[in-house]
Design a protein around this ligand. Structure first.
Ligand SMILES: NC(=O)c1ccc[n+]([C@@H]2O[C@H](COP(=O)([O-])OP(=O)(O)OC[C@H]3O[C@@H](n4cnc5c(N)ncnc54)[C@H](O)[C@@H]3O)[C@@H](O)[C@H]2O)c1
Length: 437
């Protein structure tokens, strides 16, 4: 393929060299004359292991050149990879001026091109940037329409500086966001030789996943560091603790606990977090990340309560009261907190949770229910149809297959708020609101 790479910094130089090494014909573009001359002289514009060898080899094979002329690069390529910087402004917002300028340059060059062209954004950009900035700028500069004269794809970059060449050849995943399959397939071809799954999705998801990734990486490092700081105070080897933690690939290094939904609760997580943080304070140790978890968890409950309040309906039914499905354990259940909030606001509340109802008669939780939450127990319904009948708003707090079995009972005038992605919007009449989807 004939490829133009815009921006010859850490991402662009590696991408250009590796694609040229894979046999493509690559033309690099940068406004920085030093980087252009580096490439043309077979030198690396950045410090990165093995990169200079790749550039030298690609130059010798006649598969890599660099220029500062965007028009020339577009006219000699079928596809452009945009790898320009997207730095922070002083206030933390994202500076897109380089992306905008490159799109303007590419669009201007496209005005005089016959063949369709694909513009691939590899720079990290916030959700909506392709649709709200990249496509409009390309359309206005080229006078062509997206999907006819040119295509836009979002292909986030996952390489790490220091091991960038290795990472290019061993990506965890290739993600291609696009509105048009033919363009996504063209980009996928670039990486067909790499041992990674290629996932095609929409533009916004591809933009968003890069931010979720980087936030997660930062979170992991800070989590490990806070656990490390605490371990040191306890005289425990933090590396051993974290090694043991990562050996659990069922609950720790796994998709477990990584599905957006309602707040956590139960008899362990809140209690143990509080104990850890209290103990750290006894060592005069602040652990802002770990301390913020319970604060964030409470906000999840408040946000959900606010969502219900804003609907302005009085009769609310809640399905699931225990802290998670399949248990009758009510200790620190966030649903109990939510119900107490709604009772306090004067809602006519009904609750359905057969596990809890049973446990109130026979189970070990009987004393807890009678002592701690008699006001909530009094609101429990024996049957799901009864609860649906009562409610203007049904809150699905825990997954319960019985909801799907009774989906025909939902009415047009009802709103369902799903906190656990229990059902699909299509299975019920009325309005469906997913908590975070
Ligand atoms: N550095 C990383 O490890 C990494 C990893 C993944 C994603 N990213 C993202 O990739 C993007 C690029 O990062 P980087 O570290 O390579 O940036 P960089 O600052 O090293 O390189 C950007 C290059 O773009 C050039 N440029 C600016 N305007 C241009 C124009 N109009 N035409 C041609 N070139 C132009 C600059 O001169 C510079 O050489 C950013 O959005 C970054 O967030 C970076």
């Amino acid at each position: 393929m004939r490829i133009a790479v815009f921006g010859l910094g850490y991402v662009g130089a590696v991408t250009a060299a590796c694609l040229a090494d894979a046999g493509h014909s690559v033309i690099g573009v940068d406004v920085d004359a030093y980087k252009v001359s580096c490439i043309n002289e077979g030198r690396s514009p950045i410090v990165e292991r093995d990169l200079e060898d790749y550039i030298r080899r690609a130059r010798a094979g006649g598969r890599l050149i660099a220029t500062s002329n965007a028009e020339e690069a577009v006219s000699q390529s079928d596809l452009a990879l945009v790898c320009v910087g997207t730095p922070s402004r002083r206030n933390g917002s994202l500076n897109l001026e380089f992306v905008e300028r490159v799109c303007h340059q590419i669009g201007t060059a496209l005005a005089s091109c016959e063949a369709a062209y694909t513009v691939v954004i590899r720079s990290t950009v916030l959700p909506g940037t392709c649709e709200e900035l990249v496509i409009p700028v390309l359309e206005s500069a080229s006078g062509k329409r997206h999907g006819e004269g040119f295509f836009v794809c979002m292909n986030p970059e996952f390489l790490r500086e220091g091991s960038a060449i290795h990472d290019f050849h061993h990506p965890p995943l290739t993600i291609i966001g696009a509105q048009h399959d033919e363009a996504a397939n063209q980009v996928a071809e670039l990486y067909a030789h790499l041992p990674a799954e290629c996932v095609k999705t929409d533009l916004r998801t591809a933009e968003t996943v890069k931010y979720a990734n980087n936030a997660f990486h930062a979170l992991k490092i800070t989590f490990a560091n806070e656990i490390g700081a605490w371990c040191k105070q306890e005289g425990v080897d933090s590396h051993l603790v974290m090694r043991l933690l990562t050996m659990d690939t069922k609950l720790n290094i796994s998709p477990a606990y990584l599905t957006p939904g309602f707040a956590f609760g139960g008899s362990c997580l809140p209690k143990d977090l509080r104990a850890l943080v209290y103990r750290a304070h006894q060592h005069d140790l602040n652990l802002p990340l770990l301390e913020s978890i319970l604060v964030s968890n409470r906000l999840q409950i408040e946000r959900t309560a606010e969502l219900i309040v804003q609907l302005g309906k009085k009769h609310v039914g809640v399905v699931g009261l225990a802290f998670k499905a399949g248990t009758d354990d009510l200790r620190e259940s966030p649903v109990v907190t939510l119900c107490e909030y709604l009772i306090g606001k004067g809602f006519a509340l009904r609750i359905y949770d057969p596990n809890v109802s049973l446990s109130a008669i026979y189970g070990s939780n009987k004393a807890y229910i009678e002592r701690e939450i008699p006001h909530i127990h009094a609101l429990m319904c024996d049957s799901l149809p009864q609860l649906i009948e009562h409610s203007e708003v049904v809150v699905l707090a825990n997954r319960d297959d019985r909801v799907t079995q009774h989906s025909h009972l939902f009415r047009d005038d009802q709103t369902v708020i799903d906190l656990a992605r229990s059902i699909s919007a299509k299975t019920i009449r009325g309005r469906y609101i997913g908590l975070y989807w």
